[in-house]
Design a protein around this ligand. Structure first.
Ligand SMILES: *Cc1c(COP(=O)(O)O)cnc(C)c1O
Length: 377
């Protein structure tokens, strides 16, 4: 651990993608001049339209963030009782259930994809179950066909937490068109950001209108309030930024793919490390580069995390700890670790490496060098 390595600038797991500021300034001027700052202004309308086209989805409702969108998605479909979900996700997935007074029922993930395992869903269904809330983990599509069959058989609704799945397509089209609703996030750390932001994808205008009322306190007109809605609206600032970001997202995704390819080639040579996601390309968006640190590797996952940290490389243990282990969840019968062996193992083994469009090749080589020679030369 020479001092030369300590003096290098830090590398973070992600670095938010921004458009050239000069392109944003005229848009800000437009907002300033119009004084239309929020409440469905012109940029909000344009951004919704542009997203529908880019993502190839019928309707979009913009939100201030994806957590409010998840809370509102559940409220929009009047979900109650119990909802089957994954413990291997960001905590907002389950928190959205608690905010609606719903009991989360954790079901284990598939040990390969880290997505909710459809084979285990049926055993968790009770008379109180009203919906399934899976996550397209790291942007990799869930087994949507199997989940749909179960939902149809038991008359359950499906809300996908698609926070990671911006722009993800399968041969059947956008992954966001599955289930009753899908929620995407535009947080600064995501593949596509508006600083803070999120959206619900829905299939018909009636649902869009209900969601649009719910994100505006439940107002349908100046004097009519139909439900205890929240303030989930996206401002014109964020919408204008999103509209501009959309013009640059293609090159950002391509850059991520090149970086993922370099990691894949390097990691193939290291015994005990294995990539979680399949070959970069169709099917996910390279928003994350998760690897598994297996027993054959000289260091444990946590020791490697520390070792990288000493070299100024800040990785993340997504997802550790499991949602089901946090104090507000761990008392639930479905949160017992013995019932969630694949999620538990993934939480112990997975490490997400730095990936962002302007990660330089030299910086990526610094990361790869530590992975290859964790003990140093
Ligand atoms: C980021 C994230 C969220 C929350 O998104 P925000 O826009 O930050 O509220 C929800 N679920 C998952 C899986 C996420 O990764």
């Amino acid at each position: 651990m020479g001092s030369s390595e300590d003096s290098q600038p830090p590398i973070y797991v992600t670095r938010p993608q921004l458009p050239p500021l000069a392109e944003f300034l005229p848009m800000l001027e437009e907002v300033w001049n119009s004084r239309h700052l929020t409440n469905g202004g012109p940029f909000h309308v344009r951004f919704e339209q542009a997203l529908c086209e880019y993502l190839d989805v019928p309707h979009i409702c913009l939100f201030a963030n994806a957590t409010l969108a998840l809370v509102t998605a559940l409220q929009a479909l009047r979900i109650t009782g119990e909802v089957i979900t994954t413990p291997y996700s960001f905590v907002a997935t389950s928190h959205a259930l608690l905010w609606n007074g719903i009991k989360p029922v954790f079901v284990d993930v598939d040990g390969r994809t880290m997505n909710l395992d459809p084979e285990r869903i049926e055993a968790a269904i009770t008379p109180q179950t009203t919906a399934i809330m899976p996550v397209h983990c790291y942007g990799q599509p869930c087994d949507v066909a199997a989940i749909e069959r179960i939902a149809d058989t038991y008359n359950l609704r499906v809300i996908y937490d698609a926070a990671h799945a911006f722009g993800v397509r399968t041969p059947a089209g956008s992954i966001l068109n599955h289930g009753d609703l899908s929620v995407i996030s535009f947080h600064a750390t995501k593949v596509f950001n508006t600083f803070e932001g999120g959206a619900i994808v829905c299939k018909d205008l009636k649902t869009k209108q209900r969601i649009d009322h719910l994100k505006n306190f439940g107002f349908v007109d100046e004097v009519t309030v139909v439900a205890p809605g929240i303030n989930g609206k996206m401002s014109e600032f964020n919408a204008a930024l999103g509209l501009l970001q959309l013009q640059h997202v293609g090159s950002a995704l391509a850059a991520r793919q090149r970086i993922a390819q370099r990691y894949l080639a390097a990691i193939a040579e290291v015994e005990g490390l294995s990539p979680v996601l399949p070959e970069a390309g169709e099917g996910h968006n390279n928003g994350y580069f998760p690897i598994r640190v297996l027993p054959a590797y000289p260091l444990s996952r946590d020791a490697l995390y520390e070792r990288l940290g000493q070299a100024g490389i800040h990785t993340r243990r997504y997802f550790y700890p499991l949602i089901s282990s946090f104090p507000m969840y761990r008392g639930l019968p479905s949160a017992a670790p013995a019932l969630l062996p694949h999620a538990e193992l993934a939480a112990q083994q997975v490490l997400c490496l730095p990936i962002y469009p302007d990660l330089s090749e030299a910086d990526q080589l610094r990361v790869i060098e530590v992975l290859r020679q964790p003990a140093g030369e």
